[in-house]
Design a protein around this ligand. Structure first.
Ligand code: PAF
Length: 283
């Protein structure tokens, strides 16, 4: 695996690969890699001649300073994991390399997707995500880029950005990877206390029950039921639960037969914020 730290070096290397007609698959990450990331890389390996991974903890997408400072950094282990799945290129730039002396976000219009769910609780988050993903796409110029569905809103927003800005890259959404007990894999899971880690699978269990209920009850009733489940919980605090249209991400008021719906959840386990979602049946 070749490691690059500067834009210029990686650009010139990938340019040569491009000229040799090699297809490039790209997996942007913030490091602290886990099986979920590796599954994206394995997918990218199957479809592309060359796989590029970036590790960059992007300051502009953090609305919470402490979360940024405490974000896990495990570079040595990350490189071992990347080698284990035969990643070809790692881009590991500094904050200065990416933002120079102006650490700020571009303002985006994602046709309202940015105002739903996470957008209501994480001010400026999606402008930060849009800024870094667009910048990385300009540097890497990938043919395909891979994102996990755990951040489903992020995935839809990136697809929207690619469409609106006519970027020449195919966005591939990949299934959520879970621990054996159902907890969605996340770099933040390593920061959970023992009690809260033991409690966290309750999130996915509740989502599965909500999915069952959605077959027989309306979205408002299911939402109330989920909110009640968390009211009693000693270790987990619900921030939001909503059932939304997959395309618009707007909360469902009335089910329509030709639409696809998902349930979305954000929960605080102490100071660690966990998100998850599940596809719902709509027959
Ligand atoms: O999902 C993430 O890890 C980040 O939001 C991303 C896409 C790498 C941008 O910083």
């Amino acid at each position: 695996m070749i490691i690059f730290n500067t834009k210029q070096e990686i650009k010139s290397y990938l340019n040569t690969q491009n000229q040799a007609n090699k297809t490039i698959g790209f997996v942007p990450t913030m490091g602290a890699l886990h099986e979920g990331h590796l599954s994206l890389i394995k997918k990218a390996k199957k479809k592309n001649d060359l796989v590029v991974v970036s590790i960059f903890v992007n300051p502009t997408q953090f609305d919470n300073k402490e979360d940024l400072v405490k974000y896990p950094k495990t570079f040595e282990n990350d490189t071992k994991l990347l080698e284990s799945v035969s990643c070809d290129v790692l881009f590991f730039p500094s904050v200065e390399e990416i933002y120079e002396d102006n650490i700020s976000s571009e303002k985006f219009d994602f046709d309202g997707l940015e105002h739903q769910m996470e957008g209501k609780f994480r001010d400026g988050h999606f402008d930060g995500v849009g800024t870094i993903v667009k910048t990385l796409f300009e540097i890497v110029a990938p043919h395909r880029a891979y994102f996990g569905q755990k951040d489903f809103q992020q995935l839809q927003i990136i697809k929207k950005m690619v469409k609106k800005h006519r970027l020449n890259v195919k966005i591939k959404g990949c299934p959520i990877f879970r621990e054996k007990d159902g907890l969605a894999m996340s770099s933040r899971n390593t920061r959970l206390s023992k009690d809260r880690r033991a409690a966290a699978p309750f999130i996915y269990k509740t989502l599965k029950k909500a999915r069952k209920k959605f077959g027989i009850e309306n979205a408002i009733k299911v939402t109330e039921w989920v909110e009640n489940q968390f009211k009693k919980h000693p270790f987990l605090e619900l921030e939001y639960f909503t059932i939304a249209d997959e395309k618009t991400l707007k909360t469902v008021k009335k089910k329509e037969s030709n639409k696809k719906y998902r349930a979305f959840i954000a929960v605080f386990a102490g100071e660690i914020r966990l998100i998850d979602n599940i596809r719902l049946k709509n027959d």
